[in-house]
Design a protein around this ligand. Structure first.
Ligand SMILES: Nc1ncnc2c1ncn2[C@@H]1O[C@H](COP(=O)(O)OP(=O)(O)O)[C@@H](O)[C@H]1O
Ligand SMILES: [Mg+2]
Length: 166
């Protein structure tokens, strides 16, 4: 049973089409990776899945009540925003949370941050490295416990752990 499906979706942003006549169904529990060179249209495709942009032709169907959490390729924030404030910032990807959701997101966010090695959540976003911003954004995205996770280049700016010696 598809949670999200595309039927004959095409999109052109400038000259040549980025993709044409894409028909695709995504089932519950599926994990799908998209690969393509820079500028191929991966981010555009993900924005079509969320409804942030509309396709030129074709239709996108999402299950009624499907919640989507997005890790954008370029997270937006004011530099003075703290890590904790950023988690609850409302934007196009993540709208306002109810009081109950706020509490459960806060718990999950703090525990994911701890797992990712982020200690002080009062630190301002503008002082973080690219890798730290990415980790905070991943924590923010996972904390929503959405039915559908969309991660755009989640490993950008992240270093591999050094090999364990001995
Ligand atoms: N809002 C826009 N207006 C015009 N062109 C755009 C816009 N967004 C992206 N593009 C262009 O569309 C192409 C696909 O972009 P994008 O989806 O970001 O590719 P990818 O994520 O695969 O690198 C690129 O050539 C990019 O410059
Ligand atoms: Mg991209």
């Amino acid at each position: 049973m598809n949670v999200l499906s595309l039927d004959a979706v095409s999109k052109t942003l400038v000259d040549a089409p980025l993709f044409e006549q894409v028909t695709l169904g995504i089932d519950a529990g599926e994990k799908i990776g998209f690969i393509g060179r820079n500028g191929a249209g991966k981010s555009t495709f993900l924005k079509i899945l969320t409804g942030e942009i509309m396709p030129d032709t074709g239709t996108v169907s999402r299950n009624r009540g499907l919640t989507i959490s997005t890790l954008p390729q370029r997270p937006l924030f004011r530099p003075g925003t703290s890590i904790e404030e950023y988690c609850f910032q409302n934007d196009a990807d993540h709208g306002a949370l109810s009081v109950e959701e706020h509490a459960s997101v806060a718990d999950t966010f703090r525990s994911v941050c701890r797992e990712l090695g982020l200690g002080d959540l009062g630190v301002r976003m503008g002082t973080l490295s690219g890798g730290m911003v990415r980790k905070v954004s991943i924590a923010r995205c996972l904390a929503r416990r959405a039915g559908f996770l969309l991660l755009d280049e989640p490993t950008n700016h992240l270093d591999l752990d050094p090999p364990v010696s001995g």
